[in-house]
Ligand binder design. Structure first.
Ligand code: ZN
Ligand code: ZN
Length: 369
């Protein structure tokens, strides 16, 4: 009897060890290839230092638990509704508080940012990688934007589709924005903000070579807004960087190497989405069984997102229609009727839950040997 009790305790201890170990080794949202690295980031977040409802350390803990690589806490510079309780004379303070709660050597990083908060035009503008947020406080918004640029910040237009500032929900440029773009003072645009996706903002990004961004703009609690415990995730930007250094992150942001992850949608420029798909939807090798002319191949989804695929080629499948889904972190076997034995085939797929331009999805041609 003592022996079986002992065994039971050992089993429980082992289970606990596994649970703790699992908690510390979170899977990345999307897999990176050897020659590329995808970082997950949220560059638009609020705390009680502007109109958010939590202390900055909670923002760090939320991002840590969710498994993000980088966040910017971007308080409204000019809108300080908690001023009576939190006078906040130093607009860098929430960044400092957040940074102090980052452990040495941990993968999550915090960068300094601010939201320059004005009527339309230009509306709300975020600046990240700022050196001193206090210097961005100006009478007019243009001076604040110019100061952010002087500090070599990455500057982007927040929620250009916000229905409080655009009653039709359509993102469009005013002269002010054209001026900013022409003078390289504006570098990115939110295509996804909180719970909205704007096709018009995506079009503006593509036409004006602005970096495509998706952010949570969280004011409340991430778990409540995005059902994280049930497998949800916040809207975020995935960034293709050479390495994790600040220099590399900044360069990739300015070069527009982003894909936005919003619900089960992936939104980005074609070349960036192709790079992400290449590392995350992976085919194995062709395998014919005996003399049969039906080839089997394994398809692995290495990401935390499910994919909906539509096959566009001439073959037919043995067990599936031309449209099917592959769940997150999953493998399926495709049986393809190739009529004759092939050493190599190409399978063109439309990936239905991607967006590369308004009303346009990505087509990816997989070459399989
Ligand atoms: Zn805003
Ligand atoms: Zn905001």
């Amino acid at each position: 009897m003592w022996e079986s009790l002992f065994k039971k305790y050992i089993n429980i201890l082992f289970f606990l060890f596994l649970t703790i170990f699992k908690g510390n080794s979170q899977k990345p949202f999307f897999r990176s290839d050897k020659d590329q690295l995808w970082l997950s980031m949220d560059l638009h977040i609020h705390s009680v230092f502007s109109d958010g409802n939590v202390w900055p350390t909670i923002r760090v803990e939320e991002a840590r638990r969710e498994g993000l690589d980088l966040i910017a806490i971007t308080e409204h510079l000019e809108y300080q509704p908690h001023e009576e309780d939190i006078p906040n004379p130093d607009r860098n303070r929430s960044f400092f508080v957040a940074t102090e709660s980052i452990n040495k050597g941990e993968k999550l990083k915090v960068i300094n940012g601010s939201e320059i908060t004005r009527e339309m035009p230009p509306g709300h503008i975020n600046a990240v990688f700022v050196k001193d947020a206090n210097l961005l406080l100006h009478e007019d918004s243009l001076s604040g934007i110019k100061e952010a640029n002087k500090q070599n910040a990455f500057v982007f237009w927040n929620h250009p589709n916000w229905d409080e500032q655009r009653i039709d929900g359509i993102a469009r440029l005013d002269q002010f924005h054209e001026y900013l773009i022409k003078n390289k003072l504006l570098h990115g645009i939110e295509v996804v903000n909180e719970s909205t996706f704007s096709e018009e903002a995506l079009q503006l990004a593509l036409e004006n070579n602005l970096t495509i961004l998706g952010t949570s703009d969280i004011h409340g609690i991430i778990d409540w807004e995005h059902q994280i415990p049930n497998g949800g995730h916040r809207p975020m930007t995935l960034l293709n960087v050479e390495n994790e250094s600040e220099k590399s992150v900044k360069l990739a942001l300015f070069e527009g190497k982003t894909v936005v992850w919003f619900k089960d949608l992936l939104i980005g420029k074609e070349e960036n989405l192709k790079a992400l798909i290449k590392s995350n939807l992976v085919f194995g090798h062709l395998k014919y069984i005996k003399e049969k002319l039906i080839v089997e191949v394994e398809l692995t989804n290495k990401s935390m997102n499910s994919f909906k695929l539509e096959y566009l080629g001439d073959y037919s499948f043995h067990q599936r229609a031309s449209v099917f889904s592959i769940p997150a972190n999953n493998k399926i076997i495709l049986k393809i009727k190739t009529i004759t034995k092939k050493k190599e085939i190409s399978l063109p797929f439309r990936i239905l839950n991607t967006v590369i331009a308004p009303k346009k999805t990505l087509i990816y041609n997989f070459i399989i040997k």
